[in-house]
Design a protein around this ligand. Structure first.
Ligand code: NAI
Ligand code: XMP
Ligand code: K
Length: 502
């Protein structure tokens, strides 16, 4: 006979935290959100600790190098998406590791025999007014000159005018050599009253620009997630097929941690992949796996040598796995049960294997609930897809700005294999949708607001650390009528009244 779970499963929305005693020391400023990413033995420290409990989803529409840098600056970690060629993924990882705050690779570049019309076109495309003139028209070619809006007057010059006739030629361009520090570059910028300073190697090839306006934005952030060489940390998604080729390339590019990306982690494929990693690299390579939704799945992966376990099937905003395949479990119940299994495993073996709640975080307080239920950190897709730094297009729909967001199980995401080396796999049915999400501005502002809310709720529960929250939290299921009570009710919202009268 089939096994039946005794209780129905629940989602985050069905739970509330009941406040505990808060001492006067319990203020948001005193809260630490540091949390383990990788497994550790009792009494030891994990090799990787996150400064905030947030990671970004292994998805094309979420985690590229730009988002990874922005999130590492705040203390979290991105997992670069694996649904692209090995070379392309390794290149993204490489760009995060090579990133130097304040040193910007040039994205507006042109050849000297191109025209003013091309400059105007480029400016429209990139929105940037500093254009590098290089021998090959790329951002890494030999620098021949620079064009800014001070170099041309549209009203006085025919658009056919060639760039080399009006650019500031290299002889007159002030530059810095490779190896100059950000503060040295800023000194030159101030002394010579420049807006942009190109950084060149010995052969005169362009590597970066340093811009005057960026200076204040690049002051150090205390919670940045850095490796021992002060580079931003980054993770990378892998699959259970081409791992023998993909993993070496990702490690070579500098990936700090890997994660097997799949809807279902309780499988021989994942065990084989984990065993291969341990045989090849011992414990020096850090690797997470998933996804699971019960204690059995957790134990299977823990025994197979995983560094962390990811939880969640079908709860994501773009997921339709529960509808198409009928598998999954309410995310809150899944987290609670896996957390119990994690604690039992720790008691038995003395090894603490961190767990990640992946998908289904809709409101900021869901993050706090996930942590209170035992998650060590969370993974978010929709949340990050709304920001400037996500890789997708920002579009205007009926006067409102939106960003695109699509699932890894959607046709749109899986199409890459047709054009790449991933092997032509025909998609028999979709497990994800292609969607829009409301544009929400910069990652930094949003993450800081979210975490301030998390910290103040932790204070309500009398917890100054995530571990303390997990131990002290008092959680209650709510009835459907008390969910109604929790929203604004029995009042007419001014916004809706005003909109109706328009
Ligand atoms: N968290 C969630 O609820 C869900 C997530 N997704 C996302 O969609 C993407 C694709 O997920 P999946 O379809 O689960 O990918 P997957 O690659 O893990 O599995 C696809 C199929 O290939 C099989 N397979 C795996 N390794 C194999 C090997 N070495 N040889 C032969 N067969 C093998 C699996 O058993 C499965 O039937 C991922 O990014 C995943 O995160 C998709 C659905 C649900
Ligand atoms: O059923 C699915 N079909 C898909 O196409 C798909 N793509 C991503 N994911 C999973 O959803 C998580 C992101 O969820 P949120 O947008 O709710 O943060 C991600 O982190 C994944 O775990 C998918 N699940
Ligand atoms: K869903």
């Amino acid at each position: 006979m089939a096994f039946y779970f005794k209780e129905p499963c629940h989602t985050f929305n069905e739970y509330l935290l009941v406040p505990g005693y808060s001492s006067s020391e319990c203020t948001p400023d005193n809260v630490s959100l540091k949390t383990p990413l990788t497994k550790f033995r009792k009494g030891e420290q994990p090799d990787i600790t996150l400064n905030i409990p947030m990671t970004s989803s292994i998805m094309q529409s979420v985690s590229n190098d730009t988002l990874a840098v922005a999130l590492a600056k705040e203390g979290g970690l991105s997992f670069i998406y694996g649904s692209q060629s090995i070379e392309a993924e390794a290149a993204m990882v490489g760009r995060v590791k090579a990133y130097k705050a304040g040193f910007v690779p040039s994205d507006s570049n042109i050849k000297p025999d191109q025209t003013l019309a091309d400059i105007l076109e480029l400016k429209k495309k990139t929105g940037h007014s500093t254009v590098a003139v290089t021998d090959d028209g790329t951002g890494t070619g030999k620098l021949l000159g620079v064009v800014t809006s001070r170099d041309y007057r549209i009203s006085r010059m025919p658009v056919e005018t060639q760039v080399h006739t009006f650019m500031t030629p290299i002889e007159k361009v002030i530059s810095a050599p490779m190896g100059a520090t950000l503060s040295e570059c800023n000194d030159i910028i101030w002394e010579k009253k420049l807006n942009a300073l190109p950084v060149l190697d010995q052969d005169g090839r362009l590597h970066y620009f340093v811009f005057r306006k960026d200076y204040s934005a690049h002051k150090e952030n205390a919670s940045e997630l850095l490796d021992d060489k002060k580079r931003y940390m980054v993770g990378a998604g892998i699959n259970t097929r081409d791992y023998k080729e993909r993993i070496p390339a990702l490690l070579e590019a500098g990936a700090d941690v890997l994660c097997i990306d799949s809807s279902e982690g309780y499988s021989d494929w994942q065990k084989m992949t984990l065993s291969w990693v341990r045989e090849q690299y011992g414990d020096s390579v850090k690797i997470g796996a998933g996804n699971v939704v019960d204690g059995d799945g957790f134990r299977f992966l823990a025994d197979a040598g995983v560094d962390f376990v990811k939880i969640g099937i079908g709860g994501g905003s773009i997921c339709i796995t529960r509808e198409t395949k009928g598998i999954g479990r309410g995310q809150a119940t899944a987290v609670i049960e896996v957390a119990q299994a994690r604690d039992e495993y720790y008691k038995e073996t003395g090894v603490y294997v961190p767990i990640c709640s992946d998908g289904g975080i809709v409101y900021d307080h869901h993050l706090t609930l996930a942590l209170a239920m035992g998650a060590d950190f969370v993974m978010l897709g929709r949340y990050f897809s709304r920001f400037d730094e996500s890789p997708t297009n920002k579009v205007n729909i009926n006067g409102q700005y939106m960003k695109e967001y699509w699932g890894e199980g959607s046709n749109r995401a899986r199409n890459w294999q047709r054009y790449d080396q991933g092997g032509a796999k025909k998609l028999s049915f979709e497990e994800g949708v292609d969607s829009y999400v409301p544009y929400a501005g910069s990652l930094k502002d949003n993450v800081q607001t979210t975490l301030y809310k998390v910290k103040s709720t932790m204070c309500n529960c009398g917890a100054l650390t995530i571990r303390e929250l997990q131990q002290k939290a008092k959680l209650t299921l709510v009835s459907s009528t008390s969910i109604v009570e929790g929203g604004a009710h029995d009042v007419l919202l001014k916004d809706s009244v005003n909109n109706q009268s328009k």
